[in-house]
Design a protein around this ligand. Sequence first.
Ligand code: FES
Ligand SMILES: [Fe+2]
Length: 419
Amino acid sequence: MGQGDWNMTMLSEEVLAGRVGPVLSDGVALGDLIDLDRREVAFRVLSDPEIHRLELSRIWARSWVGVGHVAEIPNPGDFMLRHIGEDPVIVTRDREGALQILLNVCAHRGMEICWADEGNQSQFKCPYHGWVFDNAGNLLGAPFEHEMYGDWDKSQYGLRTAKVAQYHGRIFGNFDPNAMPLDEWLGDAAWYLDRAFPKGDPEWENLMSPRRWVVHANWKTSADNNSGDMYHGSSLHKSISELGPSFVSKEYAESPAVVEGLKVSTAMGHGIVGFNFGAMSGTKKYGDPDYYDLDGYTFACMVFPATFGIGSSWNQVVGEADGMPMVIAQNGALAPRGPGKFEMWTSSAVDKRVPVEMREMFTKPGLLDLAGVDDTEGWPSIQRTTSGGVANSETMKYNVRREPSPHLVGPDPVSSIRR
Ligand code: FES
Ligand SMILES: [Fe+2]
């Protein structure tokens, strides 16, 4: 399959069922590691270096991946370092203020040209031999240029650049020059995403530098969790409700009200999970139908393969100004570091009108951070088990009972579980 061959139905179950996929060096076809009838996936996909290398070229080099928020780099020359897959990138604004994503790999011999996490620069000079690039990736010059290279065409020696697109302030990059537009990539997920954002897009301001975690687990364990696993909340995160305050009020926990969990899987592999908590406790307003057109659902979305922090549960409405909700939004993405490790970052952007006192609340560790600790302790346990000679022939089970939601009507299969 060549570059640009993605299409809307490519990742649908029917298409996947007919695909054998690449054959690994021991003769096992990738398709045989996924049993669609039993809904099971072999542990091998979490630890095999060969599968990981395939993922880097076939998924990460060709997908739209979240790399930050416009509020993090508001001015021409502002930059920050991120990753698309395992490729290091400089996300920056050029002289005209246009967003640029440059491969942070020197065109000369491959050294990282930028070593600072963030800053403001109009040029980047590689430490190794001193080639200099502008913030659109063009080679400007090199030491002893004339003596070394004579009359050379510098336009041939620029940095690789990625396509750039934005979605409600989130910046996405894609190294495939033939990539479909981001809107098309989002496909049916956009129906949910658009409803999971508060109405209107505010003027954004960056709240804090990103938090980063390196987790000793396969990136897909986290992607799977973020795109569909509501089930673990009542077990792995039980200590949060025991500590109180809880996401769910005591009255609600004891009420016979219906609580519904939704799961939506779209053709491109995006996952949306929703929870209708009914009577939410205290101050939280996410899911409030005054702000979100979602009938009381709290939503979290994972844009395949790596971008989370999209959805009402990541957008905290902290008040109202001029009749419009004021929002603090979190953004995040995953980046693999080999099959057994990944980095996860989150940053926060804030509606400019949000008062200082309210911002402070969000710079301190909160419930989501506690949940993050539970998850990042738990996922490495799965990774440890995959290396056992017996355990590595086991499978992950996705055989959950499904029934469509009678409430929320949207595109693609919606499964729901109600209490
Ligand atoms: S590797 Fe960058 S100038 Fe040589
Ligand atoms: Fe979790």
